[in-house]
Write a protein that binds this ligand. Sequence first.
Ligand SMILES: [Zn+2]
Length: 345
Amino acid sequence: MSPTDSAGNPIPVTIPIDLAPGIKVVYTTRLGGVSQGDWGDCNYGGKGREDPGRVEANRIALAKELNADISLVSQVHSGIALDMDEHFVHNAPYGADLSGTIVSYDGPAARNASSDYAVASQQHRVADQHESGLRPAAETIEADAQVTTHTGLALGMFAADCMPVLLADPEHGVIGAAHCGRNGLLNGVIGSCVALMVRKGAQPQNIVATLGPRICADCYEVGGRIADDFDAHFPGSYCLTRFSGPGVDLVAAALQELADSGIPRDNVIDSRPRVAAATQYLREDEELIGLCLRDDEDSPLLSERIDKLRHPMCTFENPLWYSHRRSSRANKAHEGRMLGLIVRH
Ligand SMILES: [Zn+2]
């Protein structure tokens, strides 16, 4: 498929999963946007210095596809969870992350930026603010989890090897999202997210969760000391990678955190079958074939990359996702970010 429509607007390629009645999880891919070069085709992250007009155009198209506002935060691998019922309205239009917007890039003067997409983005934002009564974006807030009881508000966590974890208590109408890298997990980000959900009316035994795309234990090699320290916090998370060095299993750690937060193991829904099916579906996709041909991050042939794929959820292996490691190994100057999102309608 073409990444854009006939008017040049992005058509984000996403993988939706019904987590519970009325609650949807969505994983974005590298496909279907107006990003360029090292940023792939559909980067949503603003900290990688891509033209903010392009990032914003991708976000606007995604919001339209989700039929929801997108709430983002400035992620710093902390254990902090933010109540977006309190903060979102003060930080239009993307919650508490100002990176990747024209306003944040060079300050308000950049509203006349020369980006091809600047004008359209600005018009969209002004129209949105007019409709919703929101003030212009004002504040960046650092956090690594978000919670809301609102419908139509998609909580999005950026990732490129770190793992988004999406949670919901469908009965009490509370959703949450957490950004789980090694340090976020050590800082207790899942516990913080669940605790805030509970303060907002959720009950742990009702919470369903799913673990998003991440670098898998077979690929996530770290130094021995780091793996030992992580294992001391999360026993059993130490592993040997396919490169034969010590590694870290983010999934094992996240499952322990969910269990410690009172979430029954049976409530953790596996995203893998849907992602595996979508990956196979996209093996003939012209855009993905083209992206692999030019990204210099692995074999240029998509068919080869998919044939050797062992873990479709693994960001390092699956060319659908952005991967900080894959990008670094290819000596890229820049890299993009996907979003794992959850929304209640
Ligand atoms: Zn892997």
